[in-house]
Design a protein around this ligand. Structure first.
Ligand code: AMP
Ligand code: ZN
Length: 466
């Protein structure tokens, strides 16, 4: 059985994953705020946790994993979008929720088992807030707000390991008259007549952001569950606040136990070495890339080439190289039936989701010239396991037939090099190898045979000079 080891933000250690109940392994991942198209950074947690979901289903059985990812459909950014566009909140959230699902499916992500919307869980949020007030962890300000009292939870900051000073600076906390402490955060706030609102014991209002995840996770997964994920920008304050709310509500204010046992955070994505931003002109949505003709499968492949805890760089060179590799793999596996998932590939995935290593292993399988095609069949099974080389994502290859000319030229050069070695013309052989390297073709000799592959820096034009 594949062992799964995960780097747990909570303990700062890589730990063997032991589920509370192997018959029902439970995972919660913070989803998007729905008011616009998802940008490519938003796709990163989706793809990362999709791979973890697939791995958990493989190890514990597809019916024994419950994955929840929410939609935040009540938020001031949504209200602002409605006001500036003259459209209703419902229209905006319905439309962007559907966009999100379409775009994430286009990059091969499976739907989670539950995709709750915050607005469907207002009664559960109100109940939790009332409970926190009764137990002395939250207080109403008498003017329609309810605040969580951070001082009442001694473990606050344990997940991110931040000091109170850091947290105050990081959260850009507002010092407000209604707060007992500047760190206190909003659980409920009053709504004007033109803002979305629900009746509550504190008047008509709406929830603060953090309470929704605590209430939805409790309702769908229980007070204690296995894995909680999201981007590392959420560690503080969002995840600290979720923990504070949930642990205090469930009687774990002293020990900070309960709620999620393993916390996983993906690093951020940047574009061509820079933080993605609209003003820099390097801001893309997933749909922008798909519309440019970059296939969802290629996007997925590029994401998986970087380990989830490293910063990922989206570059044009990477997606071009990824599309070359996928074309090649689709060609050598075409017409074959998938066999078994490669053991080493699974071991790498189980090792804190080492997708980068797992992809390197796929290259290795692809380069094996076995006559019975057993390696290619295993390549197919393994790649499909992480959502690559699937029939669903394969349309783009049929639309644009494989261009063999590059492979053919490399083959010619490789065979010329082979001949040169046979006649001990090492100068010529090395010259060809160096030229190939310069073009980004990685050449590997093993005994009597050789393999080659295209690195992300592959540049076909450099082959022309050889
Ligand atoms: P948001 O809608 O901004 O709350 O983000 C939804 C998810 O995308 C969260 O898990 C964020 O942590 C994640 N996320 C946002 N920006 C990036 C980025 N540049 N790289 C990776 N993940 C991101
Ligand atoms: Zn959340």
């Amino acid at each position: 059985m594949t062992t799964i080891r995960l780097q747990n933000t909570k303990t700062r250690k890589r730990e063997d994953f032991v589920p509370i109940d192997p018959k029902n392994v439970r995972m919660y991942v913070c989803g998007p705020t729905v008011y616009d198209r998802a940008h490519i950074g938003n796709a990163r947690p989706v793809i990362v946790f999709d791979v973890l979901y697939r791995l958990l289903r493989h190890v514990y059985g597809p019916d024994h994993v419950t994955y929840v990812r929410n939609f935040t459909d009540v938020d001031d950014k949504i209200n602002a979008r409605a006001a500036e566009s003259g459209r209703t909140i419902q229209e905006i959230t319905d439309e962007t929720t559907q966009w999100y699902l379409d775009d994430m499916r286009a990059v091969g992500a499976m739907d989670p088992n539950f995709m709750p919307r915050a607005t469907q869980y207002i009664p559960q949020m109100i109940t939790m807030i009332e409970d926190l007030i009764t137990k002395g962890f939250a207080y109403p300000d008498g003017a329609g707000h309810v605040l969580f009292s951070v001082n009442s939870y001694p473990k606050y900051g344990a997940l991110s390991g931040r000091s109170t000073d850091d947290m105050i600076a990081g959260a850009r906390v507002e010092i407000a008259d209604n707060k007992r402490d500047p760190m206190d955060f909003v659980l409920w706030k009053p709504s004007d007549a033109d803002q979305p609102g629900w009746d509550s014991p504190w008047g008509r209002g709406r929830p603060g952001w953090h309470i929704e995840c605590s209430a939805m996770a409790k309702d769908l997964l229980g007070e204690t569950f296995d894995i909680h994920g999201g981007g590392n920008d959420l560690t503080f304050p969002h995840h600290e606040n979720e923990i504070a709310q949930s642990c205090c509500a469930s009687g774990h204010a002293e020990d900070g136990e309960g709620f999620a046992n393993y916390w996983l955070h993906n690093e951020m994505l940047q574009v061509e070495g820079k933080k993605m931003s609209k003003s820099q002109g390097n801001f893309f949505t997933v749909r922008d890339l798909l519309d440019q003709g970059i296939p969802g499968e290629v996007i997925r492949f590029v994401f998986l080439q970087t380990h989830y805890r490293n910063t990922m760089d989206w570059t044009a060179e990477k997606w071009k190289a990824a599309s070359n590799t996928l074309r090649k793999w689709r060609t050598i596996t075409s017409g074959l039936a998938p066999s078994v998932i490669d053991d080493e590939f699974l071991r790498l995935l189980g090792d804190d989701l080492n997708t980068a290593g797992a992809i390197a292993r796929l290259h290795w399988l692809a380069n094996d010239p076995s006559y019975d095609k057993s390696m290619q069949r295993s390549l197919l099974a393994s790649a499909q396991f992480i959502g690559l080389l699937t029939p669903e994502l394969g349309d783009w290859v049929q639309e644009a037939p494989v261009d063999f000319s590059i492979d053919k030229r490399v083959e010619e050069l490789m065979s010329e090099r082979w001949q040169a070695k046979q006649v001990k013309d090492y100068a010529r052989a090395d010259k060809i190898r160096d030229g190939l390297r310069l073009a980004g073709v990685v050449v590997e000799d093993s005994g009597d045979s050789y393999t080659y592959d295209f690195s992300p820096d592959f540049d076909a034009t450099k082959l022309e000079d050889m």
